[in-house]
Structure formats: C-alpha cells, structure tokens
Write a protein that binds this ligand. Structure first.
Ligand code: KIV
Ligand code: ZN
Length: 511
C-alpha cells in the first residue's frame, strides 16, 4: 500500500524569510505558477499580516492558482487569522496555517505565557480559522524542543477544534533523525484522535539534517512534508523539496509513499527561484546543482557509457536537465513569443507588458541569435515590478575601460519623470557605474552582494547580475540581465533601488 505524501512548499513564505530573498507580488505569482505546474499540493504564499504588500501577494497568488491549495500563515491571533482568511478568499482551495510556540523556552521567554494560556490560544485560533475555511493547519512552533506530553495535549485539543493537519516543526534544526522520527511515531500513537489529522513535518537545516529528519518522519508516518525549492529558508534554510521528492521516488523500496510532483519541472523551478532571489545554487548541490549529474573521473565516465546505472541512481532528464531547448530567434513573431511564455508559465498581466517584453526580446535577438528558455525568464524578470513601481529606469549608458586608465562610466537615468546624467570613475566599469547612479540618486545603501551568472553557455550568453542592497533593516535583491554585463549591472542596481523606494516595512512571523 502506498500513501500519498503531501508536498507543502513554503518557498514563498519561509523561503522569503531568508535575508534578501524578499519577492515582489509578480515574482511570487511567477514562482507559484511554476509550483502549480510542478503539481505541488500546497503553496504557502506568505504571511498576510506581515504588511499590505504581503497580503496583496497572497491574495494575488490565491486568485491565480487553481490546481494547488493556497495557504496563508497566521500567528494564533484573531487579527492575523482574519487577515489570512481574507487573503485566501479567491483561492479555489484555501488553507489557513496558524501557529504558536510550545517549547518551554519560547513560551517563557518569547511569549511570556503559561502552557495553559498557549493551549487555550491555540484552540481558539483553530476555531476562528475554521470560520474561514475547513482546511486549517496548526503548527506547534519549536516542537522539536517541546515537552512531548504537552505536545500531545495541544495536538489532541487542536484536532478536536478542527485542525485537519498538525505540523511538528523542528524550528531551530536541533533534532536528530532517529529522535525526530521517534517523536512523530510517539505522537501518532499517543494522541487519541491522531487518525483525524495528517501529521506534517517542517525541518530547518541548522545542522544539515533537514532532509534526513523529514525522511525519518515519513518513515514514522508523517504524510505531509514542508519544504522549499533549493532548501531556501530562515538561516541555514528548510528541507529541500527536490531532495525529498527524489529520495522517496528513487527509494520506493524504503518509503511507502508517492508524491504527485512532476519531477521534470524541478530544474526549471530551481533556476527560477535562484534567479528571482539571487541565491545561487552551489554546483555540487544534490539534484539541481550544475555538477549533480556530471561524471568527471575516467572510471566513472567509462562505467556510465557502458551502463548508466553503474554510477547514476537518477536520470538527469527525469528532473528536467537538458530541457533548455532552442526556442525562438530573430524572425519569431509576437504570437510565437506569447505562446512560448505561456508554455513556460509566464503570463504577463497586460498587453502593455507583453509589448514591452516583446520589444526587449527583439532587441536581444538582434544581439544574440539563439534565445533559450532561460533568456526568456531573465527577460521578464526585469518586469518584476509593475510599471508604476519603476521609479528609476536606465535610459542609456556608456562605460569605458582601458589598461592604464581609470575606468569611467556615464549613465543617464530617469527618476520619476526627470532625466539625469552623471559621470564617475571607479575601480572598474561596474564600480564606476554604481558610483554614477549614487551621484544622481543617493540611496546610501550598502552593497552586500554583487554576482554575475551566465544565463546560458558561451560568451554570447546574457549575463544575469544580482545586486543585494541593505538600507537600515531592509535588504533587497535587484536583478538585471543583458548581453553586456555592465549594462546588466546598472539594471540590477536600479531594480534594487526601485524595491527600496517602494517597499513597506514587513513583520517576520517569528520575530
Ligand atoms: O520554523 C517554524 O517553526 C515555522 C512555523 C511558522 C511553521 O516556520
Ligand atoms: Zn520554518
């Protein structure tokens, strides 16, 4: 007998809690569409009470996604729950995920509440959430360090109050696989009404054990795993979706479960999330790293040529490698362009956005005759802000570098309706470009990260630049792509400045 293992993706919520990984509404919609295409069961789209922007993003994802459940996070407080209930209203299937901490240290030091108060609040929160949807999940934050007897009481009470899923987070990544599996098994055995809820796990990777802990819990009867693409998430991240899914699929002999995931969409999802957040994927990362299927040593290559199973336990094509087929070229028309975007799950909201993306596609095709799917993703990621949110835009620029001369950049940008031009020197053309921008639009922001990636292979490829700027408490990522990496850098810098310009303050649910 195989059970279904529910895949609950929290890239858009816990993933977004990584410093610098915050996403715009449009970026969240683009990732949610890819998750839906991958057949993720539940998409946790955000924490609606965090800010008006987060609320709007969850609402927009709920209005867009039809084939996955869309979930909003809420602390166990009525105001949060009402906000989440409102945000998921347009969803075909909506879930409220409410949580409160249950470990002694969190209750005493953070919440300053007694265990009895926590229990009462948990039950009240679940009941309130049921006023909005039948699909209510309850999490006992820091369950990994909570007293198991108390956990039994809380879970029994919230199940009786209407929680259909109970989640046992290892919030601080402290547990060991055997111990965590035993905790799940004992909760299921001891809680009298445990058969009325699905047991879920949510593991953080502080000791590098998030995937191992989640899999151990699956063996102990957990039937929902909360995870993120590329393992993105608070601190060291969450359990990586691609590793969980491929582990249970590859080791069917060990795990009596199957997922609904279309694994051929995994690499596309990984690239999309990495591109949008600016968090690169390490080459040796399992499943989605560039070297995950590369055989370097002669002995391995020889073995794979004779029989691929000598060294390969999964097929690269099963997770979507080698799928970046040539798509469009200079002569492709607007319809072909629109169709390919749709096939990639990219739906631009208006004709104006489509026209502007098509214009950029034509400009790119003049410079680069082979346009791959990755180029199209990069092309539209420049549209991650709505036109109204684009306060700063690049009008033109020129950069000069010559051996023995100080590199110089001249940049013209538009700020609101006004054009400005400035020239600056710097230690390199990129440095000079950023200094010229700062002369015209001083942000005082600190540059925390600058990275360049080739989107496809070859020197003709577009360079995709990520710029991370910190201004006080706020950290944003800007992205820019162009065949000229200095121009891509200027675009990325301005993209980050636009996010700083428009961003409202947001709350971290666990703060
Ligand atoms: O890590 C955690 O405990 C969480 C909860 C909100 C589920 O993210
Ligand atoms: Zn978490």
């Amino acid at each position: 007998m195989t059970d279904q293992l529910i895949i609950f993706d929290t890239t858009l919520r816990d993933g977004e809690q990584s410093p610098g990984a915050s996403m715009t509404r449009e970026e969240k919609i683009r990732i949610a569409r890819q998750l839906e295409k991958m057949r993720v069961d539940v998409i946790e789209a955000g924490f609606p009470a965090a800010s008006p922007g987060d609320f709007e993003a969850v609402r927009a994802v709920a209005a867009t996604i039809r084939d996955s459940t869309v979930c909003g996070l809420a602390r166990a407080q009525f105001a949060d729950i009402e906000r989440a209930g409102e945000a998921i209203k347009p969803a075909a299937r909506g879930r409220i995920h409410t949580f409160i901490a249950t470990s002694a240290i969190h209750m005493e030091k953070k919440l300053r509440m007694s265990p009895e108060q926590v229990l009462t609040q948990a039950v009240a929160a679940v009941k309130r959430a049921r006023d909005f949807t039948d699909d209510v999940e309850f999490s006992a934050e820091d369950a990994g360090r909570s007293d198991p007897d108390f956990l039994c009481r809380v879970f029994e009470a919230v199940i009786a109050a209407g929680a259909r899923t109970v989640n046992v987070p290892d919030t601080v990544g402290y547990t060991m696989p055997q111990q965590y599996g035993a905790l799940i098994a004992s909760l299921r055995a001891r809680i009298p009404n445990s058969d009325q809820a699905i047991f879920s796990v949510h593991c953080h990777n502080d000791l590098g054990l998030a995937v191992a802990n989640s899999l151990s819990a699956v063996l102990a009867g957990a039937r929902q795993v909360e995870c993120t693409i590329n393992g993105l998430g608070e601190r060291a991240g969450n359990a990586a979706l691609e590793e969980i899914v491929m582990a249970v699929r590859t080791r069917k002999d060990v795990f009596p479960v199957e997922t609904r995931i279309d694994t051929t969409q995994i690499v596309a999802a990984s690239r999309l999330v990495s591109g949008i957040t600016g968090f690169p994927v390490q080459p040796n990362k399992a499943v989605v790293g560039a070297n995950a299927f590369a055989h370097e040593s002669g002995i391995h290559q020889d073995g794979v040529l004779k029989n691929r199973e000598t060294y390969e336990i999964m097929r690269a094509e099963d997770v979507g490698w080698n799928a970046n087929r040539l798509v469009l070229g200079k002569l492709s028309g607007r319809n072909a362009f629109r169709n390919r975007l749709q096939e990639l799950g990219i739906e631009l909201e208006s004709e104006v956005q489509l026209n502007s993306a098509f214009q950029r596609f034509k400009e790119l095709a003049d410079r680069k005759h082979e346009i791959f799917d990755e180029d199209l993703h990069a092309l539209v990621s420049n549209d991650s802000l709505t036109p109204e949110a684009e306060h700063y835009s690049l009008v033109s620029m020129r950069a000069h570098s010559e051996t023995g001369e100080a590199p110089e950049a001249r940049v013209t940008l538009r700020a609101g309706m006004v054009e400005h031009t400035a020239t600056s020197t710097g230690s390199g053309p990129v440095d000079a470009t950023f200094k010229a921008i700062e002369q015209m639009a001083p942000s005082g922001a600190q540059l925390q990260l600058y990275s360049v990636n080739a989107i496809t292979s070859g020197t003709e490829s577009q360079g995709e630049v990520t710029v991370r700027l910190a201004q006080g408490e706020r950290v944003v990522n800007g992205l820019g792509a162009d065949t000229d990496i200095v121009v891509a850098s200027a675009k990325a810098y301005l993209n980050a400045m636009n996010k700083l310009h428009h961003g409202a303050a947001r709350l971290n649910p666990q703060a």
